[in-house]
Ligand binder design. Structure first.
Ligand SMILES: Cc1ncc(COP(=O)(O)O)c(C=O)c1O
Length: 417
């Protein structure tokens, strides 16, 4: 029988009142009774189940861990132990730091202009374990200027745009504004420049379809069904175009130099991206913590694993309880979906005027009436790893108890972004 997670997914997904909500709250409160909020927890049963689900969805293709979506070394190690392979790091200093802790197969997912870190890479011992992202001749030149040489070449990965240009570039461009390399010809041209530079080795190719992997097709709200249908339509048209183009890009680049890996996708597109023959591995990270933005997908339902507890510190009126802290907003275009969500006790809402505050956050709704000073309110963050920039440590819960407390990147003094 599958072990029940401490906080059952349905009880936490919406913060709505369900039969499972009060037992889930009681379990979380009991497991952490000795802690003073604010604090963050990760439910290991949910985390492990989510890791297993990502691997299942990948259907046998390797899943590379997007470390930005975890930012806790102990949990990165746990995910790798569960079967994820390799790390998609978010900055070069982070990748060098992880290499120093014994990790290998580190791909930095975003280009760097950090001269000191590039110098350390080019001249240090991590060179064979870290691959840096490039999409232009400027990136190649920065690596050469940092001291890369034919005797000690630096590994690079080509970042290719995964956006959808329905009118062939003359109209709207759908997708994140990242790499300028869109066509097979453009990718092959940069691959040739890399091949012509003895101080570089072309290691891999990455193209991340943010508009598919990071955009839920089951958005909440009054017009959710309509918006969801439009998103799903866009995603399937874009997915078809991308699969064909990605195969052509990989063929064109492979004709210049062999590729060790072709990376694509993210938590929201694991099965779709893994199904492409040209893709050798998918990336994922957010699906481990399962923040609220990942409630909005039709094809999978991860279990909320990361939560934070805030203490009620005052009662402005009978229907309002105010907790300490809470203004942990997620990055991206500002909107209600970037706010943390109070989930336990069930039936709480943020205040429309105040949202989640810098130092205090009022919560309303029926459940607020019963809250007393000193009670906890449990929240979920909208995104995954960003939560860890707010806490020095996370308390790991298993089987109804805190089994370990581990530092976040921040707790180790490492703030990369
Ligand atoms: C390059 C790249 N790959 C993959 C991902 C997917 O990560 P996650 O599964 O955490 O959404 C991201 C997220 O932004 C990304 O930037």
């Amino acid at each position: 029988m599958r072990r029940a997670t401490l906080a059952q997914a349905p009880a936490l997904a919406s913060g709505a009142v369900t039969d499972a909500a009060e037992p889930a709250r009681a379990r979380l409160d009991a497991a952490t009774a000795g802690l003073e909020p604010p604090f963050a927890v990760v439910d290991l049963d949910a985390f492990d189940a989510n890791a297993g689900d990502l691997l299942r969805r990948a259907g046998g293709k390797p899943v590379r861990l997007a470390s930005k979506s975890v930012r806790v070394r102990a949990l990165i190690e746990r995910a790798l132990g569960a079967g994820l392979q390799g790390i998609l790091a978010f900055t070069l200093p982070e990748a060098l730091w992880l290499a120093g802790h014994g990790h290998d197969d580190l791909v930095v997912a975003y280009p760097t202009a950090d001269r000191a870190a590039l110098r350390e890479l080019a001249t240090g011992s991590a060179r064979e374990r870290v691959t840096v992202m490039v999409d232009s001749a400027e990136h190649l030149e920065a690596i050469r200027a940092a001291g890369a040489s034919a005797a000690a070449p630096v590994r690079v990965c080509l970042d290719v745009d995964a956006g959808w240009w329905p009118l062939g570039g003359r109209g709207p461009r759908i997708g994140a504004k990242r790499s300028p390399l869109h066509t097979p010809a453009a990718a092959a041209a940069l691959a040739r420049e890399i091949a012509a530079r003895p101080e570089l080795v072309l290691d891999g190719l990455m193209s991340y379809e943010a508009h598919i992997a990071g955009l839920g097709d089951r958005p909440p709200g009054r017009l959710g069904a309509l918006a969801g249908a439009a998103i799903a339509g866009m995603q399937s048209a874009s997915g078809r175009e991308l699969a064909a183009r990605r195969a052509e890009v990989v063929a064109a680049v492979s004709a210049v130099a062999p590729l060790r890996f072709v990376n694509g996708g993210g938590t929201g597109s694991v099965e779709r991206t893994a199904a492409e023959a040209a893709v050798t591995e998918v990336a994922a990270g957010s699906g481990l913590f399962a923040p609220t933005l990942f409630d909005a997908y039709r094809s999978f339902t991860p279990r909320p694993a990361a939560l934070f507890a805030l203490p009620v510190v005052r009662r402005p009126s009978a229907g309002v309880a105010t907790v300490l802290g809470g203004g942990y907003l997620a990055s991206g275009a500002a909107g209600g979906d970037r706010l943390p969500r109070p989930v336990l006790p069930a039936g709480l809402r943020l205040d429309r005027q105040e949202g989640a505050g810098e130092v205090q956050t009022p919560v309303t709704g029926e459940a607020a009436r019963a809250l007393r000073v000193g009670d906890r309110v449990w929240f979920r963050h909208a995104k995954a790893g960003e939560l860890c920039e707010r806490f020095d440590a996370v308390h790991l819960i298993r089987g109804g108890a805190v089994v370990e407390t581990v530092p976040t990147y921040r707790g180790e003094g490492m703030t990369f972004l």
